[in-house]
Write a protein that binds this ligand. Structure first.
Ligand code: TPP
Length: 636
């Protein structure tokens, strides 16, 4: 007997999926799940979330007329099954690779991705905009936003629901409740959802259909009867979603297509105002190694599908994240005013290390960066020393809180900024590009960058000791450079850099971890007979003006280098030099920064090299400043 063609292979376009009989969809879902596991095993990436929405993805594309109907995945980290079904199966093993598919939804990649994401909790707002656009233009379409129980902890989701309820917008929200964020979810909302799922107030199946027919304005009775036959979905009155003006349907089993399909059809055909379908799923569903893991394999490196074993690179040095967490624990033993704040990223920020040592002094506020920053400001106003640990990219969301609640009041909130600089496979949405620029423009803000892990330790100590105003210190993703760590960090003098190597003609002034490449470049410059001074600025604000003046006056060429967007450290150095007239004597100066483009996913090393922020890039700018660029060998 010939083996049957897998159903997944028969789907050339979405129309094939739409024509498929409902009875075949569970098998299709199984194949889709296997395909996704296999793909991620060779690329690495987000695994658990996608596995949890396989059936939901199949059901949505079967029921809705995408891309005319809009499907918006919140965060977008769960969209791999969606990518496989929407014409990207042949490229799915290029996920998160250079020139490959993005690990998130992306408008430029496919018409089936109507809205790009990667930062969370935007889907209801974007969906509402699309729903209103469709009402205004008269072009009738369904708009479905899928948001997780973690992502719905963010204020923005409620701002959107408040607006949608007020407008009585024709919008569908699917709450994908897997009782997990990256870490187990925290906060009252999570308890509330748990009560909805496990509460005693479920109504009977018959009542469910009856109530649906009462609540949905254009309820389709036949389909409701099917719902009654197939679905164990329930209707409950009085949820907070209803108070916000949504029709609430659920909770229903998000892995059971016999439940999902009739309810989605019903909602599609009978909807008038906003509807929220509460779907219960399991993160990591269908892959035992994910189901059994405490983090449900949220994100993985390449792995062996059979054993679940992930490939590990042998670290040469501890990660910056770990050095930060351990240093803070050391400091906190001596200072009981230190408290830690994380916005749903305890392990990513090293705050889990602090939390283990001081469970009473750690706050995981959920995906709520804005609240986290103002909450920290409140703590600081009462004399506490909050370390508000938020990645560079996610701190963007709390910018007004940083300015208005922290900076203007000069409150001593400490900002450890992890993932500062290029981050690699997560691409432009996750790059820590802007923090230097957006913090150094704020009056009275102290901004540091660690050149290596020992410096990071000193910066933690500096932040503990500094109580006069807000202070931030940035450090990159990944492991340190392998320098010896001091027993204990020592507070640095505010606004003072250091000369690492003395020279006479060329000055390389680094802010952050690019210092290592400056040292390599200086070594090579010596081969060309050029003597280089290498300095570590440590502070982008306040600037070490004495050091900068000296470098400008005593060298022919001055190069600044930072792993951040233009408008940051180099811009401030230039501004200072210009203001002092120190550019008037023919100083040759170059400011090396990230390029003025959003850099898509590739390895961090490739990003740095393309940006010209590696040794070769530094050499090239030195020689171009000297007008001797032809002396350099071309970049390999
Ligand atoms: C603004 C913002 N903060 C933090 C993150 C990091 N992050 C990515 S996924 C995630 C958890 C999302 O949980 P949930 O919405 O429940 O989705 P699940 O992964 O459980 O499917 C977090 C905190 C983010 N993407 N955006």
């Amino acid at each position: 007997m010939r083996p049957e063609t897998p159903l997944l292979d028969t789907i050339r376009k979405l129309e094939d999926l739409r024509q498929m009989d409902d009875s075949k969809l569970p098998q299709l879902a199984d194949e889709l799940r296997a395909e996704m596991i296999d793909a991620v095993s060779v690329t690495g990436g987000h695994l658990g979330a996608g596995l949890g929405v396989v059936e939901l993805t199949v059901a949505l594309h079967h029921v809705f007329d995408t891309p005319h109907d809009r499907i918006i995945w919140d965060v977008g980290h769960q969209c791999y099954p969606h990518k496989i079904l929407t014409g990207r199966r042949d490229r799915i093993r290029t996920l998160r690779q250079e020139d490959g598919l993005s690990g998130f939804t992306k408008r430029a990649e496919s018409e089936y991705d109507p809205f790009g994401a990667a930062h969370s909790s935007t889907s209801i707002s974007a969906g509402l905009g699309m729903a209103e656009a469709s009402r205004l233009s008269g072009e009738k379409r369904n708009v479905v936003s899928i948001i997780g129980d973690g992502s719905i902890t963010a204020g923005m989701a409620y701002e959107a629901m408040n607006n949608a309820g007020g407008l009585n917008a024709r919008q569908i929200v699917i709450l994908n409740d897997n009782d997990m964020s990256i870490a187990p979810p925290t906060g009252a909302m999570s308890h509330y959802l748990a009560r909805l799922v496990s509460g005693q107030t479920y109504r009977s199946i018959r009542e469910t259909a009856k109530q649906l027919s009462q609540k949905l304005p254009k309820f389709i009775y036949d389909k409701a009867r099917k719902t009654e036959e197939f679905a164990r979905g329930y209707w409950m009155g009085g949820t907070m979603f209803e108070e916000l003006g949504f029709y609430y349907v659920g909770p229903i089993d998000g892995h059971n297509l016999e439940h999902l399909l009739p309810i989605l059809r019903n909602v599609r055909d009978s909807q008038a105002g906003p509807v929220l379908v509460h779907v219960v799923t399991e993160k990591g569903k269908g892959y035992s190694h994910a189901e059994g893991a405490t983090d449900k394999l949220h994100a993985v490196s390449k792995f062996n599908v059979v054993t679940g074993e992930q490939s590990k690179s042998v670290p040469n040095a501890p990660s910056y994240t770990k050095v930060f967490g351990q240093s803070l624990v050391q400091e906190a033993h001596d200072d009981d005013k230190i408290v830690g704040i994380s916005a749903a990223m305890p392990s990513g920020t090293g705050m889990d290390i602090f939390g283990e040592a001081f469970p009473e002094r750690i706050y995981d506020v959920g995906i709520a960066e804005q609240h986290g920053v103002t909450f920290a400001a409140g703590l600081a106003s009462e004399g506490y020393k909050p370390f508000c640990a938020i990645y560079s990219t996610f701190l963007q969301r709390a910018y007004d809180q940083v300015v208005h609640d922290v900076s203007i009041q000069q409150l001593p909130v400490r900002f450890p900024i992890d993932r500062a600089g290029f981050v690699g496979a997560d691409g432009a949405t996750h790059a820590g590009s802007f923090d230097i620029a957006y913090l150094t423009c704020l009056p009275g803000f102290t901004v540091m960058a660690a050149a290596d892990e020992a410096e990071l330790k000193h910066m933690v100590a500096t932040a503990v000791a500094y109580d006069e105003g807000p202070i931030a210190f940035r450090y990159p993703r990944g492991e340190g450079v392998g320098v010896e760590l001091p027993e204990r960090g020592k507070a640095l003098e505010i606004g003072k850099g250091r000369i690492v190597q003395e020279g006479s003609q060329i000055a390389l002034l680094s802010f952050g971890t690019r210092l290592q490449d400056c040292l390599l470049a200086a070594e090579e410059l010596a081969d060309y007979g050029l003597s280089a001074t290498v300095a570590d600025a440590r502070f982008a604000k306040p600037l070490d003006t004495e050091l900068i003046t000296q470098l400008a006056q005593e060298h022919e060429v001055l190069i600044t280098i930072e792993e951040g967007a233009a408008g940051g450290f180099g811009a401030h150095v230039l501004h200072y030099l210009a203001g002092q007239g120190l550019l008037d004597n023919g100083l040759k100066i170059r400011t090396l920064t990230m390029p003025d483009v959003y850099v898509d996913q590739m390895s961090p090393a490739a990003m740095i090299s393309r940006a010209g922020l590696d040794k070769t890039g530094i050499l090239q700018s030195v020689f171009s400043a000297l007008g001797r660029v032809e002396e350099l060998p071309a970049r390999a």
